[in-house]
Design a protein around this ligand. Structure first.
Ligand code: 2RA
Length: 355
């Protein structure tokens, strides 16, 4: 029969979007099993138009599974992905636990699909949502122009921090709506109180220059991920990357400003042609007509949207871009689903009788 899929972490922010995507894409899977922590077991979720009961993740729950998509905290993935792989399950993992492991490919199907098969541990990693929100557009430009340096700033949506991030923003917005807060230092903080959820500062009526945990020399874990993952995906281990990650009061869809320097002189005309034709990218760039992507319009869509394409004023080898991508779709669930679909196609070629 067709391959059996397990969705591990089915009840989370990404898991929910995953179930929608599985209901919208070609129906290539046999059984789809929904797994989560024991706390969520017994709940029923809709996938492919049917209610499926969530089971607790256990070794037995992985019996007979061909491919498992994991969207769980790093430590849960670090423990369970190798257990699943030892049972012959091919794991597509969206945690940070394996992304930089040299024996685990970090796959973006539009950019490096060939690496999917290079998986000695039986584990394939899905990149972080911030990297994914820009990398399809950058991969297309790199293939043509040869990337030499990247300078980026992110404008990250609160759902990147999961359902708790979304609940925190909504609650804070309800506390500040209709007030004149935002006019005196600290007034938003006092109104919001200790309720900053997964963020170090209030995110309503604010921007917070922080995502993730503290790393060496003042860098955040999110900034290190953008640098390390971009280098690995593009196959440019020494690419200079300067990055600042910032949280903004947007529910879903990460945005980035990008300064990309290339090997040689670039033209906006050629860059626009590449972006307009690259699979997975939409060029939406006509400032005279007021057209550029914004997260409020991009949310819920699949592609990476690119606007504000300009040549750097002081460097004819560099481009400036504004990029938006839905962090729960291409940034997480969609890319994971695309990888799993590549694996399923590979399995059906290997076992034609089974497919
Ligand atoms: C965030 N990228 O937006 C992170 C987590 N996946 O918080």
């Amino acid at each position: 029969g067709r391959p059996t899929l397990a969705v591990v972490g089915a009840t989370g922010a990404v898991g929910r979007v995953m179930l929608q995507i599985l209901s919208q894409h070609a129906d290539i899977w046999g059984e789809i099993r929904l797994l989560a922590s024991p706390r969520s077991a017994g709940r029923k979720l809709a996938v492919r138009g049917e209610e499926v009961e969530v089971a607790a993740l256990s070794e037995a729950a992985l019996d007979g599974v061909d491919v498992a998509m994991f969207d769980v905290p790093d430590e849960v993935a670090a423990h369970w992905a190798p257990i699943a792989a030892a049972k012959g399950v091919i794991v597509v993992d969206n945690s940070g636990a394996f992304r930089m492991d040299p024996d685990v490919p970090l796959v973006v199907p539009e950019v490096n699909p060939h690496t999917t098969r290079m998986r000695p541990r039986g584990i394939i990693a899905n990149p972080n949502c911030t990297t994914l929100s820009m990398i399809v557009a950058l991969g297309a430009l790199h293939a043509e122009f040869g990337l030499r340096e990247l300078v980026v700033s992110s404008y990250q949506a609160v759902s990147g921090a999961g359902r708790a991030g979304v609940e925190t923003l909504r609650q804070q917005l309800s506390l500040v709506a209709g007030t004149e807060l935002g006019t005196n230092p600290g007034d938003v903080r006092r109104a919001v109180g200790d309720n900053t959820g997964p963020f170090p500062e209030p995110v309503a009526l604010n921007v917070v220059p922080w995502a993730g945990s503290l790393r060496e020399d003042g860098w955040s874990s999110e900034e290190m991920k953008v640098r390390d993952e971009s280098r690995k995906i593009l196959g440019l281990p020494h690419l200079p990357v300067a990055v600042t990650c910032v949280r903004v009061p947007v529910v879903t869809t990460h945005s980035l400003t990008v300064h990309a320097r290339f090997e040689d002189t670039v033209t906006v005309a050629r860059a626009r042609e590449i972006l307009a034709t690259a699979p997975g990218v939409v060029l939406f760039d006509d400032p005279a007509a007021g057209e550029f992507p914004t997260p409020a319009d991009v949310v819920g869509t699949d592609p990476t949207w690119v606007g504000r394409v300009r040549r750097a004023l002081d460097d004819p080898t560099a481009l400036e871009l504004f990029v938006c991508g839905d962090n729960l779709r291409k940034g997480a669930a969609l890319n994971t689903a695309q990888i799993a679909e590549l694996v399923a196609a590979e399995l059906s070629v290997r076992h034609p009788g089974k497919a």
